[in-house]
Design a protein around this ligand. Structure first.
Ligand code: AMP
Ligand code: TRP
Length: 331
């Protein structure tokens, strides 16, 4: 297939704290699966992170660490365009234009905004409210066909399509309509402490979240303490959300299907399941953490990757912006 006809993939993560096991299973595993066949743009969406108050020094480090984590997870910088959103100025330009095509009614419905506003009551800023518009701009700028994300992003991808359709109907066919791409299982990894809610970077209870930079000891501790139930029967069903979550994680990181795992642990119980899963997680995460640390010792290398990424992304972004400016009549 020629490069021009290849499908385009766009996705990103906010550089807040560090990547979680939820990010890894929900998004990054898909990103890697797609890298061989498609033209992939994976961004570190640093401007999105500014919607929450931050410490500049820590933030700068987190931004670099995220690129190191992308690489350590195995994303190949030769196959993928890896870059910082803030390095490609067209994101903010398109953000403004699309903001004028997005209704307040649409933004009012966004559940991520409602959740974040609830959590940061003292800082419900305009950026938090218009955050989805910048995400729409991220995706449309690259004429993405597919957006690999976790289940929590579905509403934002639907908004992206609605805004693209509205723009195209008003000013002519400029934007490709993207489809969401979510893994069949693992699109929503749950907190180890509260299996009814999503595993999140910013959970106050750190025992609920496994981070890709956690030590071996912390990983084992978090898995061993994970909340299950009193049925003491290994089964994959909604009534046992804790065990269901552990089985999902296990299956996504191994060659075992869910059915095989249920059979394997049916007679062994939760203790054995947790012990084996903890070991699997340690073996999966340790090399990521170690590679991350090596990349962080080589900032020149990281700079060479993100500069090259921004150059490549800017060319594509400018191509779209030229069309956008013409279509809306800017001189
Ligand atoms: P974020 O950490 O919010 O920037 O998310 C980056 C990517 O990871 C997005 O595609 C999210 O949908 C995905 N993601 C975040 N948390 C989870 C989770 N607990 N389970 C599955 N996917 C997730
Ligand atoms: N909002 C996404 C999240 O919280 C991050 C994001 C920003 C994103 N722009 C994007 C994801 C574009 C996919 C495509 O996870």
């Amino acid at each position: 297939m020629s490069k021009q006809k290849q499908k385009v993939i766009f996705s990103g993560a906010q550089p807040t704290g560090s990547l979680t096991l939820g990010n890894y299973i929900g998004a990054i595993q898909s990103w890697k699966d797609l890298e061989n066949e498609f033209e992939c743009y994976y961004s570190i969406v640093d401007l999105h992170s500014l919607t929450i108050r931050h410490d500049p020094k820590k933030f700068r480090k987190a931004c670099l660490s995220f690129l190191a984590q992308y690489l350590a997870c195995g994303l190949d910088p030769e196959k993928n365009t890896l870059f910082y959103q803030s390095h490609v100025k067209q994101h903010t330009e398109l953000n403004w234009i699309l903001g004028c095509m997005t209704y307040m009614g649409e933004l009012n419905r966004m559940t991520q905004f409602k959740e974040k506003a609830e959590k940061h009551k003292d800082n419900i800023n305009a950026g938090l409210y218009t955050y989805p518009v910048l995400q729409v701009a991220d995706i449309l700028l690259y004429q993405a066909d597919l957006v690999p994300v976790g289940e929590d992003q579905r509403q934002h991808i639907e908004l992206t399509r609605d805004v693209a359709i509205r723009f195209n109907n008003t000013y002519g066919e400029v934007f490709t309509l993207p489809d969401i791409y979510v893994p069949k299982i693992g699109a929503k990894i749950m907190s180890l402490q509260d299996p009814e809610s999503k595993m999140s970077k910013s959970d106050e209870n750190v025992n609920g979240t496994i981070f890709l930079l956690d030590s071996d000891k912390d990983i084992v501790k978090k898995v061993k303490r994970s909340v299950t139930d009193s049925e003491n029967r290994v089964a994959y069903r909604d009534e046992q959300p804790g065990v269901k979550n552990l089985l999902t994680i296990y299956s996504k990181l191994s060659d075992y299907s869910i059915e095989e795992l249920v059979e394997k642990y049916a007679s062994k119980g939760y203790g054995a399941l947790k012990t084996d899963l903890a070991e699997l997680l340690v073996e999966t995460i340790r090399p990521i953490r170690e590679k991350h640390n090596e990349y962080m010792d080589n900032l020149d290398y990281l700079a060479s990757i993100y500069k090259k990424g921004a150059e490549k992304a800017s060319i594509v972004a400018e191509r779209t912006m030229t069309k956008v400016r013409e279509s809306i009549g800017l001189v």
